[in-house]
Write a protein that binds this ligand. Structure first.
Ligand code: SF4
Length: 491
């Protein structure tokens, strides 16, 4: 176990990327609720691959199935789906922040409260969970997981309100942090986004059944229609084919995670009404305007650098070629968290397309640099393939700060850009030149005139250190040792 958002360099960081830590899905009023939830989770697999779970309900009884590994490892048998009875279900994909995922933390969580059964699945991270947990434990609450999400359940259990939605609002008024969550009660599917709307949540419709999920790709896979994004600070309650919307929280400025557009979301998703793919191409085009390069070929670092490289190539009027090929069939055997395997992992995952790169001046385009380990190996690979010059262009500003809002990032001192300037990074990675898109350029690519420093339009804290939500647990310090060991960001 690790302390809250300890960001340990666990096995899933083998490819040197930040990791979205959860995907959520919920559906109600559909006879195949569990099957559709499994399909939705499958489309959200990129948001979490270490564990998965589904809870369903008939109204009288709740059913659950949880497992380590991917959706296909756990929900491919008809028997499993058949046992998840009922017309409503929620599901969750998760990355844990520990090297060894724990079964008891697999979501959705479930509890029997005074009003009946309640299940919750959460994408995000509560930034005052350790302090709240300490308070709840001192009042007698007994936690069964180390997940921050369980804090919400205990706060609901203690709430004096009669109605389940009022209890949830009561609980969420106590928490700080980023959350998009889906909750299942005996007769309702509830969705909530935190007041800043840091993490995504969309509402869809399929044959009269309402769906709440992290990304629109999960609607596409089941043939559902996108109705709209849930708004920051909005709670929706779907019941008997109707959706009721509430705005129970104090209004705050929207600060959606800009990294969803850079890397986390699938490129075939629509987020906040924008195509993620087109946004990435626009970032690449802006990068080309800001940091042109006298190269002969634009090569993406696959797969994450592809849309930005297409935009960069089009704007530069340079040919785009797949000069590096990614092997999509890397088994979990190869993701052990040792330095030696991590080093080997880069070669297992990427290979240079020699005949394209030989005697060429190359500009490599990637979405971000975290520790720089992968970039260094890829540059070495491209040089070994005969490239005469290797330039690198990055479709995000330097990642200088850790995320505390539900994304797995290394500690700050492990982030390459936190400790050195661009020239030193270029030297270390071994490129002839290195440029990152500026923060202003990123906002322009997102259709803004620039970043409004007084009211930034997005959360960009990992690039600016401007955290929109207080980090009470991190800044509070001095927590009892047993409590700091017993809290982990869940999603
Ligand atoms: S800190 Fe970065 S990754 Fe985390 S929510 Fe903000 S923009 Fe997204």
């Amino acid at each position: 176990m690790t302390p809250l958002n300890s960001n340990s360099p666990a096995c899933h960081l083998n490819d040197d990327k930040l990791r979205e830590e959860c995907g959520i899905f919920g559906i109600c009023d559909h006879p195949d609720a569990a099957a559709h939830t499994a399909l939705g989770l499958h489309a959200l697999q990129h948001r979490g691959q270490e564990s998965t779970g589904i809870v369903s309900t008939t109204g009288n009884q709740f059913y659950s199935h949880h497992g380590l590994g991917r959706v296909g490892d756990n929900f491919s048998e008809a028997k499993v789906i058949d046992e998840l009875k009922g017309a409503a279900a929620i599901g969750h994909n998760r990355y844990s922040t520990t090297g060894r995922p724990e079964f008891r933390n697999i979501q959705p969580l479930f509890a029997d409260l005074s009003f009946g059964g309640l299940s919750i699945a959460h994408n995000g991270n509560l930034t005052n969970a350790v302090a709240l947990r300490s308070e709840l434990v001192s009042q007698g609450s007994i936690f069964r997981s180390t997940s921050d999400t369980e804090v919400i359940i205990h706060l609901m259990a203690l709430s004096k309100d009669a109605d389940v939605t009022d209890r949830l609002v009561d609980a969420l008024r106590r928490v700080e942090g980023a959350y998009s969550l889906v909750a299942l009660t005996r007769d309702a599917l509830i969705g909530v986004r935190d007041p800043h709307g840091v993490r995504p949540l969309v509402l869809g419709l399929l044959d009269g059944a309402h769906i709440l999920t992290s990304e629109t790709v999960a609607l596409d896979i089941i043939g559902a229609e996108l109705l709209r994004d849930i708004e920051p600070g909005e709670m929706v309650v779907a019941r008997n084919g109707e959706v009721t919307s509430y705005k129970p929280f104090e209004s705050r400025a929207a600060r959606f995670c800009v990294f969803e557009f850079i890397y986390f979301a699938r490129p075939d998703s629509l987020s906040q009404g924008k195509s993620v793919y087109e946004a990435r191409k626009a970032i690449g085009a802006e990068l080309a305007r800001e940091a042109p390069c006298n190269a002969e070929l634009v090569v993406p670092v696959p797969d994450s650098g592809v849309p930005a490289a297409i935009g960069y190539a089009a704007e530069s009027d340079l040919p785009f070629e797949l000069g590096i090929i990614r092997n999509h069939y890397i088994g979990r055997t190869f993701i052990e968290p040792t330095d030696q395997i991590r080093h080997l992992g880069v070669k297992l995952k990427h290979n240079a397309n020699h005949h394209l790169l030989e005697n060429k001046r190359i500009v490599l385009v990637d979405d971000s640099i975290v520790r720089g380990t992968t970039s260094t190996k890829i540059v070495e690979m491209v040089r070994n393939a005969g490239a005469t010059e290797v330039h690198m262009r990055i479709a995000s500003p330097p990642t200088t700060h850790s995320c505390f809002y539900g994304v797995d990032t290394p500690e700050r001192d492990e982030l390459l850009a936190a400790g050195m300037d661009v020239a030193k990074m270029a030297d270390l990675i071994g490129v002839d030149s290195l440029s990152f898109i500026t923060i202003g350029g990123l906002y322009r690519a997102m259709g803004e005139s620039g970043r409004n420093p007084d009211a930034p339009q997005y959360c960009d804290a990992c690039f600016t250190g401007d955290y929109p939500i207080s980090l009470s647990d991190r800044d509070g310090g001095g927590l009892p040792a047993q409590l700091s060991l017993l809290s982990e960001n869940s999603s």
